[in-house]
Design a protein around this ligand. Structure first.
Ligand code: NAD
Length: 370
């Protein structure tokens, strides 16, 4: 059994270590039953690293992340670190990792598991079977564009300003990630911007159109204005397969899309960098929830988003699609069996804690592999 897949685990703060513990059991199961194993190292990040090492993330941890094939991240932050200056805040750990590893494409699936269909605030007939993927550009656009600032004008008034900016190559690299994903899914990609009122959006649309014609003529490409996309996501979300968009619109639309599922503790994500000459790319996987300080240490956190983040890691960093399918099916079956952590509790179901939920996933994996 060759252990040549290098994974760095960064559990972080709050419920991070608790839910990561359950992933460890899935990893052990995979080594035992599927002959899939990893070279794993683990490190402190966030407030935990601040307390021990005096910084939210060390340069060595960044270097280890860059050397790993994939990073599995938990969550960082908590009220005990809220008073630290901006440079020492736990959240700096994830911001530095994204920046220094060049992680520009954030992938957020929004999947509605049948047993959780009533957790959505939308009608079951609107969200049943929903399975969409939002690809958000994360290192460019208006959050990073220059010039930016707050100025005092001659009349004493103040002016705040930011610049939305994308170059051809920035649009193409995130566009390629989205086209490739669409090819592996329903072959449909919707590119979202505001080409009607923003030059940056107009360029985005032109570049995406040319990229599609040139490199992905087999993928069905459509375009939509961001405001219409927000409306369509609520009206008829199943019309979408993959959506690609810039940083600002992606921030809003991916939060909107994830809430169609109604359950924060269920949602994984991936952030990918550009492939190198060998096709290898930096990649970081994490649940979309934070460190949930209100429930940390109580053993009641839902571990499924972290486990599903690991399934994404198997799929996108190692092409272990069958193993990823196994884990996703196991999670779905556990929900179908009526087990629920507090965050997704429903009438007639059995409330369980983090550990029992993790155990149930292992039992389901055993059943499937039998
Ligand atoms: P949060 O996601 O941590 O929690 C929001 C609510 O959802 C809380 O009531 C929490 O108990 C619940 N929740 C979240 N995950 C859950 C799970 N797996 N199981 C059960 N319930 C769950 O968001 P917040 O409260 O806004 O932020 C708390 C801290 O996390 C802050 O310090 C914030 O900066 C940080 N944060 C970190 C990340 C990250 O590490 N990438 C992301 C978001 C927030």
């Amino acid at each position: 059994m060759a252990a040549n897949k290098k994974m760095l685990m960064l559990p972080g703060d709050g419920i991070g270590p608790e839910v990561m513990h359950e992933v460890r059991r899935v990893i052990d199961w995979m080594a035992r039953r599927r002959a899939v194993s990893f070279d794993i190292s683990e490190d402190l990040v966030g407030g935990a690293a601040m307390d021990v090492k005096g910084t939210p993330i060390t340069d060595k941890t960044i270097a280890d992340a860059a050397a790993a094939d994939a990073v599995l991240f938990g969550s960082v932050g908590g009220p005990q670190w809220d008073k630290l200056g901006f440079d020492n805040r736990p959240e700096i750990a994830i911001l530095r990792l994204r920046k220094e590893l060049g992680l520009f494409a954030n992938l957020r699936p929004a999947v509605v598991f049948d047993p959780l269909i009533n957790a959505s605030t939308l009608r079951p007939d609107v969200v049943q079977g929903l399975d969409i993927m939002i690809v958000r550009e994360t290192v460019g656009g208006v959050y990073f564009g220059e010039p930016r600032g707050i100025e005092t004008l001659a009349n004493g008034e103040q002016k705040g300003f930011n610049t939305d900016v994308y170059t051809t190559s920035e649009i193409e690299r995130v566009g390629r990630v989205a086209f490739e994903l669409a090819r592996k899914r329903g072959n449909k990609l919707c590119s979202v911007e505001k080409a009607n009122v923003m030059e940056c959006g107009l360029l985005w649309r032109q570049v995406m159109t040319k990229l599609g014609e040139r490199e992905f003529p087999d993928v069905q490409l459509s375009h939509m204005y961001a405001d219409n996309c927000a409306m369509q996501l609520v009206r008829n979300p199943r019309q979408f397969d993959v959506i690609v968009t810039g940083n600002l619109f992606g921030d809003l639309l991916s939060d909107l899309a994830s809430m169609l599922t109604g359950s924060l503790g269920m949602l994984p994500s991936a952030t990918l960098g550009a492939p190198d000459a060998t096709g290898k790319r930096h990649a970081l996987y994490e649940p979309i929830h934070g460190s949930a300080p209100d429930i940390a240490g109580k053993g009641i956190a839902n571990p499924l988003a972290q486990i599903l983040s690991f399934a994404m890691l198997l799929r996108y960093s190692f092409e272990l699609n069958e193993d990823a399918d196994l884990i996703e099916r196991a999670c779905s079956n556990v929900l179908a069996s009526g087990l629920r952590t507090a965050d997704i509790m429903a009438e007639g179901c059995a409330r369980v804690g983090t550990h029992v939920m993790g155990e149930a996933v292992i039992r389901e994996l055993d059943k499937q592999a039998a």
